[in-house]
Each structure stands twice: as structure tokens, then as C-alpha cells.
Design a protein around this ligand. Structure first.
Ligand SMILES: *Cc1c(COP(=O)(O)O)cnc(C)c1O
Length: 400
């Protein structure tokens, strides 16, 4: 029997704030009504602010997998070549999907301990004198490893190579948590979802679309129906959808956007950086190893921790769940059983994180995993100092 709130410390789906739960607790309305049109316009325009784009954002009732598919089928044709980077499990899944659509993927191998290397991408593009590569497709925050690729640097690498390839980025676990600029970084398709930085339940998939991507969608040869951008963009102009949308998730989305903008995106990003730094300090103190090896790419959203040899990460996660009612993220595919992941995104503040780290430290003791105690205190010291990111962003809204 578990009392109190479950600690959902996986890197998505992330916990849904009460304010969003209340915003979604509404009757379903007529999706052809004027009232719906206002909601539709509010979330379509609001989403642009979060992607930092003035271009269209398409919102599908779908998982991320659907939004990945939309990015591919609207821009590429069977037989096209693309460049992708093996940053981890999610990059590998997106690559598999591209293959199923007949795309020829040049997959730069990786060791799952760092982000995509801009220099390697530049070299590949520079060598492509025929300009056959149609797109560079990378995962911004690789949720399976806790490494965040440097998209601005990748953009610069593409520009240095003078290559016309589209840039498509999976911002699934970064959007609304890590600085991300669709327009400034000249990204052509940004793929995202509801259940991570937006703090919503799963069920919405997003594509932010550049003019260049939209132009590609007018000439590419790939059959599509449900995920066709143009079918969406026509009714979207007035806030409507071509089919019944996920109305109540859109109520939640309107609230989530308001919360992110009230806190201020810069404060949101700084809060995630702070929580991540405190987490790594605790992990280092315990004497455990962070999976990501490149400090410039440490993820603000999650920290993947390597188990010492001879100890199973899933057994440890079970001890934590059974004893403390907390879910930690599992290791996926190549790193299954070898790592556990601590999510620190979305509705997470200093005390939430300290609760989570306390559960990890107690779990290490109970599971008999060798470690040095006192990691939580080290994190406390780092989080003691009061900063804007340390206070509740939601107090203001509650009291007014
Ligand atoms: C969470 C996550 C996904 C999950 O996709 P679903 O289809 O919604 O299960 C994909 N990619 C990344 C990078 C993620 O973090």
C-alpha cells in the first residue's frame, strides 16, 4: 500500500500539474463551434511561442511516433537519402521508421554517451558533392541517454558545408524544458509531443514547419492522408481541425502554454539546468557514473546513471518503486539493465528533486548498491540559494 503522491520521475510522460488537470476537467464541446475556434487559435498561436517560430505549428492527435511519421511523409520521397546520427534508442527508432518508408539512411554510429557531432555532420555533407542528401535528422535531447545535441552548432555546420539539406529535429523531450529556437536555428521540421515539457498527458504530436519544409511537401512523392500538413493547415487558419481533435488535451495545452510563459521560458530553462546540475552532483558524490560523457551535452531534462558492475538497474528500480512509490526510468535496448534514468523535467522544483534523490539514495542502501552516502546533502547545498527558478512559478497565478 502506497500513501501520498506517486513520484513519477521518468523522463516522460512527466507529472501533470494540478492546474492543467483542472483546466482539462471540462465538458467536451462542439469542435465546429465558434468557442472551439477560439481555443484552437489560442493553442496554435501559443505553440509558436514555445517553438520560437513565426511559422505554422501542426498539432496531431497522436503519439510522438505519429509526429515522426508526419515529418517524414510530408517532406521526403522513397529512395531519398538522409543523414541521421545514432545518439541512442530514440534516434534508432526514428531511423528504423525512415527505412520502412524506403528512405536510405546514412546512420552515423554513436556510443550512446554523447550527442550528435557537428564536425562529423559537416564532413558528411561536404563529401556529398552531388547534394543527394535531402535531410539531416537529429534528436535534440536523447531521452535514452541524457545527452543533448547542440542544434545551433549543427545548423552552423550545415551552413559551413553550404548544403541545402532540410534540418529535422526531434525536440520531444527538450521542448519547453531546454532552450530551443526553431526559427533562429533555421530548423525545417521540429517534432514534439504533449507528455514531456508541456506537462500534459500523452496524446498530442507536434510539427513546427518552415517555409522550406512546406515547399518540399508540395513536391515530394510519399503517400499520406491522416498526417498531411496541408489538410491540417487549411482549417487551422480559423482554429479548426479536419477531424475531431483531442479537445480536452487542447484545454490542457492552453493552460500549459500560459504556465510556461508566466514563468518565462528563460526561467524555465534555467530551472531545468539547476535541477540537472544538482542531480549530477549527487550522482558524483554517490560515486556512480553519469552515462553522458560530454559536459557540454549534459541533459537538463534527465540524468542517466550507470549501475556498478554486478548490479541490475531494473532490480534497483523495483526496490525504489516497492519501497518509496517512485518510478525511475529504465535503460532502453542497448543499455537495458545497465542504467536507470532520473527525470527532472516539467513540474519539478528543488523539493521535488530532493525527494526523488532521497528515494534514490535510500534505494541504493536497501538494494545493497555500493555508494558513498550524502549525495542528497550535496544537492541540497547547491539548491539552497534562492533564485527565480527556485520559487514556485505557479504561486502568482494561484493567488491572483
Ligand atoms: C518520449 C520520447 C519518444 C516517445 O514517443 P512515443 O511515440 O510518444 O512513445 C520519442 N522520442 C523521444 C526523444 C522521446 O523522448
Amino acid at each position: 500500500m502506497h500513501q501520498g503522491r506517486h513520484f513519477l520521475q521518468i523522463p516522460g510522460p512527466s507529472p501533470v500539474p494540478d492546474r492543467i488537470l483542472r483546466a482539462m476537467d471540462m465538458p467536451v464541446i462542439d469542435h465546429r463551434s465558434a468557442e472551439f475556434g477560439e481555443l484552437g487559435r489560442a493553442v496554435l498561436e501559443g505553440s509558436q511561442k514555445i517553438f520560437q517560430t513565426s511559422g505554422p505549428v501542426v498539432i496531431f492527435p497522436s503519439s510522438v511516433t505519429g509526429a515522426w511519421e508526419a515529418a517524414i511523409v510530408n517532406t521526403l520521397s522513397p529512395g531519398d537519402r538522409v543523414l541521421m546520427v545514432e545518439t541512442g534508442h530514440f534516434a534508432t527508432l526514428w531511423r528504423q521508421m525512415a527505412g520502412r518508408f524506403g528512405i536510405e539512411v546514412d546512420f552515423i554510429p554513436g556510443d550512446w554517451r554523447r550527442g550528435a557531432d557537428p564536425a562529423q555532420i559537416e564532413a558528411k555533407l561536404a563529401a556529398d558533392s552531388a547534394r543527394a542528401i535531402k535531410a539531416v535528422m537529429v534528436v535534440h535531447n536523447e531521452t535514452s541517454t541524457g545527452a543533448t545535441s547542440r542544434i545551433a552548432d549543427i545548423r552552423a555546420a550545415i551552413d559551413r558545408a553550404g548544403h541545402p539539406a532540410l534540418l529535422m529535429v526531434d525536440t520531444i523531450s527538450s521542448l519547453g524544458s531546454v532552450d530551443y529556437r526553431h526559427d533562429e536555428w533555421k530548423v525545417d521540421v521540429s517534432v514534439s509531443c504533449s507528455q514531456k515539457g508541456f506537462m500534459l498527458p500523452p496524446g498530442l504530436g507536434f510539427n513546427a514547419v518552415s517555409e522550406k519544409a512546406r515547399a518540399a511537401s508540395k513536391t515530394n512523392r510519399m503517400p499520406r492522408s491522416y498526417f498531411d500538413w496541408e489538410e491540417m493547415l487549411k482549417p487551422n487558419a480559423k482554429g479548426f481541425f479536419p477531424y475531431t481533435p483531442a479537445t480536452n488535451l487542447l484545454y490542457g495545452l492552453r493552460e500549459a502554454i500560459a504556465m510556461l510563459l508566466e514563468e518565462g521560458l528563460d526561467n524555465v530553462f534555467a530551472r531545468h539546468q539547476r535541477l540537472a546540475a544538482a542531480t549530477r552532483a549527487a550522482v558524483n558524490h554517490w560515486g556512480l557514473e553519469v552515462l553522458c560523457q560530454e559536459p557540454a551535452e549534459f541533459s537538463p531534462v534527465l540524468t542517466a546513471v550507470l549501475m556498478p558492475p554486478g548490479h541490475d538497474a531494473d532490480q534497483f528500480r523495483k526496490v525504489v518503486l516497492d519501497n518509496y512509490n517512485m518510478s525511475l526510468g529504465s535503460g532502453l535496448s542497448k543499455v537495458a539493465g545497465k542504467v536507470f534514468r532520473i527525470g527532472h523535467l516539467g513540474e519539478c522544483n528543488a523539493l521535488t528533486l530532493l525527494g526523488a534523490l532521497t528515494g534514490v539514495e535510500m534505494g541504493l542502501s536497501v538494494a545493497g548498491v555500493p555508494h558513498r552516502s550524502g549525495g542528497v546533502e550535496v544537492a541540497m547545498k547547491l539548491l539552497e540559494q534562492r533564485t527565480p527558478g527556485n520559487s514556485s512559478p505557479h504561486l502568482k497565478a494561484v493567488s491572483t
